[in-house]
Write a protein that binds this ligand. Sequence first.
Ligand SMILES: NC(=O)c1ccc[n+]([C@@H]2O[C@H](COP(=O)([O-])OP(=O)(O)OC[C@H]3O[C@@H](n4cnc5c(N)ncnc54)[C@H](O)[C@@H]3O)[C@@H](O)[C@H]2O)c1
Length: 317
Amino acid sequence: MKILITGTAGFIGFHLAKALLERGDQIIGIDNLNQYYDPKLKESRNDILKQHKNYIFHKIDISNREELKQVFEKDIDTIVNLAAQAGVRYSLENPFVYITSNEMGFLNILELAKDFKIKNIVYASSSSVYGECKNIPFKETEQLDKPISLYAATKKANEQMAYTYHKLYGLNCTGLRFFTVYGPYGRPDMALFKFTKNILEDKPIDVYNNGDMKRDFTYVADIVQGIAASIDNPLPYEIFNLGRGQPQDLMYFIKCIENNTGKTAMKNMMPMQMGDVPLTYADTSKAEKLLQYAPKTNIEQGVKKFVEWYKEYYKDE
Ligand SMILES: NC(=O)c1ccc[n+]([C@@H]2O[C@H](COP(=O)([O-])OP(=O)(O)OC[C@H]3O[C@@H](n4cnc5c(N)ncnc54)[C@H](O)[C@@H]3O)[C@@H](O)[C@H]2O)c1
């Protein structure tokens, strides 16, 4: 298959593109390589992908419709839109980029998918759309209209825009709500990376809501399996939770990092951050049924793999 993936220099995009290249797909990768976090990490992911002969990369901002149009081709089977400004906390500091990348960027993807008659669109949504939802585990059938961060609002809007394009133009659109994805080559702005770095450097870590938080941490290879299944089974219009379905206490998560680094964390206990939620918990039964989604990696195995990668990748620094 020929698959256009946006955000291939990003964490999830890199793992997805790598897995699809290894199974023989042709990948057109797009990323603007922005400086939200260390661009060297993005370059190293992209360098690994560039070793595959079936990988073509374009440095493009998806909010630039004219540039994006240049790389569209009629024979693309599926578009996977992962390029976005991620992060709940950063959306308090720089709200504008969320509208540019997540809204204008996604609109460009939908418009070009329509014009080029592309059969299947898969896009990243987020567990953050559940906001302060009290019904747990979170189900796709929940009516959600109270996002508590601008990031969440842009992801919910993406689901609605996809519905409109499905309804008006018959595009097949699958939205995937990822739940706290982690693993090797993970994002420097996320807890696992920040905690591991600080613990190894004997610096304190900031623990929000005094540690009273639970997250449904999901290993990146499991997420990749769910995305690949959505590529292989075009559906008219669906939304799926892709989580592990086993929320973990933040303090136990820190314990796993301590076990793998061999060090004890110095903890700064902090209040809850604005826009953040105390619990995420995915009901994954819909994805299990329709996508044969079957997350395999538990938190102990996943954190071990991350810490091993981190130590090796940063061994000379
Ligand atoms: N990692 C998670 O836990 C998680 C959870 C829920 C949803 N998501 C979503 O999954 C997707 C991938 O997340 P990730 O963790 O890999 O993040 P990431 O930041 O590592 O990857 C996103 C990539 O997109 C690129 N990008 C951003 N704006 C762009 C633009 N306007 N044009 C072109 N490229 C652009 C960035 O340079 C980056 O390489 C995002 O849409 C994110 O919102 C991630």
